[in-house]
Write a protein that binds this ligand. Structure first.
Ligand code: PMP
Length: 429
């Protein structure tokens, strides 16, 4: 039965008149898969309902914050209580104190925390701290990692290895881009080369320790340990961007899983329970550089908004109490084993509650996609086909072959079964 999408189409037509591309964040526009983005009117548990009344099992889950599903009752209750006391004070308040105490008492490398409103803001601010702390200007980032739309991070590799980067977005000035060096993932020699070419100029090496913005690019323990060692040897800071992985692959994120202690770490998504929260954290010495304690300026009218803080606090308390990680990991592993068919060019890479469907021939020697150059050339086109087939049968995946799938505790056994049976058809396996 063909879905009716008349209402979504009408809203898109209106929206195109008043917003660039009709949306307020690019991937929502369905450019990677074609077709009409669904306008959602309601979400509950693991389900979305669009304005035409179509229902979907949601495997995008607002891109990561909702580890307990939409409208988790504990988060909802905390938010309603906070709302009843006013929703923005612009003063010191106890909600952020309680959340900061919960984080710093559970995560040893987060000795102090500053709350902001998004992952982008967290990264931007922590990069400023890194430069202030080291007196150096250059930052190393990895090709295939996303760190929000900070100018200096919207860059791509320069013409040669370990060269200064060039802008990857219009409007990023070449001089800003030139403060970043882009190196390939899974390649310690390239990182060494960057330090050799720019001695005593690199302030920090930033990485998503679980890169999840260009597919799920699984890094080895050896690579991450080597990265930390090389970075410290050269007097630079190890910066883990855990906006996706923080509180998701374990309470302490990838740093906890790998046992590697970062100097600076950024969080987002889960930390706000679905409300706009980002955070940057680090050692006391680094964080005390931030105003008003120190000389690094950073501020925000709505930072540590009490409603958002209450949501984050309810979310993290529930995560600590329920420790759902083993169960989530089992669900993702089940998806990986049920859908992987190497003979049909279908591989599912999973870690914790994240999964990514790889479509085509993986170019790496060990058969795992670890760097963007390992991604099959057929990824985009094959994903777009499978995506629409699944969408019409009530499965909502993130609308791009380079985005990951997000699981929550609201995805029941029966829902996973339904997902697997649709996806087997959609992927023709
Ligand atoms: N860093 C990482 C690792 C992210 O995944 C994202 C968002 N996907 C960001 C930073 C930016 O976060 P935000 O969208 O909240 O600005």
């Amino acid at each position: 039965m063909k879905q009716t999408t008349t209402q979504s189409e009408a809203l898109l037509t209106r929206s195109l008149r008043v917003a660039p591309g009709g949306v307020h964040s690019p991937v929502r526009g369905f450019r990677g898969v074609g077709g009409t983005p669904r306008f959602i009117r309601e979400a509950q548990g693991a389900e979305l309902t669009d304005v035409d009344g179509n229902r979907y099992l949601d495997f995008c889950m607002s891109w990561g914050p909702l580890l307990f599903g939409h409208q988790d009752p504990e988060v909802a209750e905390a938010v309603k209580f906070a709302l009843s006391r006013g929703w923005s004070y612009g003063t010191a308040e106890p909600y952020s104190l309680e959340l900061a105490e919960l984080i710093t008492s559970s995560i040893p490398w987060a000795e102090k925390v500053r709350f902001v409103n998004s992952g982008t803001e967290a990264v931007m601010s922590a990069l400023r701290v890194a430069r202030a702390a080291t007196g150096r200007n250059l930052i190393v980032k990895f090709d295939g990692c996303y760190h929000g739309h900070v100018d200096s991070m919207l860059v791509r590799a320069g013409s040669g290895l370990a060269e200064m980067a060039s802008p990857d977005s219009a409007g990023v000035s070449p001089s800003t881009a030139a403060e970043t060096i882009v190196v390939p993932l899974n390649d310690l020699a390239a990182l060494e080369e960057a330090f050799a070419k720019h001695p005593r100029q690199i302030a920090a090496v930033i990485i998503e320790p679980l890169p999840a913005n260009n597919g799920l690019l699984l890094q080895t323990q050896e690579f991450l340990e080597g990265l930390a060692k090389i970075t410290r040897k050269h007097g630079a800071l190890v910066f883990f961007d855990e906006v996706i992985s923080g509180f998701r692959v374990g309470f302490g994120g990838m740093a906890e899983r790998t046992g590697i202690r970062p100097d600076l770490v950024t969080y987002g998504k889960v930390i706000g329970g679905g409300f706009p929260v980002g955070a940057y954290c680090g050692t006391k010495d680094l964080m005390d550089l931030v105003a008003p304690a120190g000389p690094v300026y950073q501020a925000g009218t709505l930072s540590a908004n009490p409603v958002a803080m209450a949501a984050g606090l309810a979310m993290l308390k529930k995560l600590k109490r329920e420790n759902p990680y083993a169960k989530l990991e089992k669900s993702a592993a089940r998806i990986a084993s049920a859908l992987s068919r190497p003979e049909s060019g279908v591989h599912v890479q999973a870690l914790s509650s994240l999964f990514w469907i790889v479509l085509g021939q993986i170019k790496s020697r060990d058969g795992v996609v670890r760097a963007i150059t390992d991604i099959p050339a057929t990824q985009k086109e094959r994903f777009a086909k499978g995506f629409h087939h699944a969408l019409e049968r009530g499965i909502y995946l993130a609308p791009s072959g380079f985005e990951v799938g997000f699981l929550s505790t609201a995805h029941s056994e029966a829902m996973l079964e339904q997902f697997l049976s649709v996806m087997k058809e959609s992927l023709a396996i």
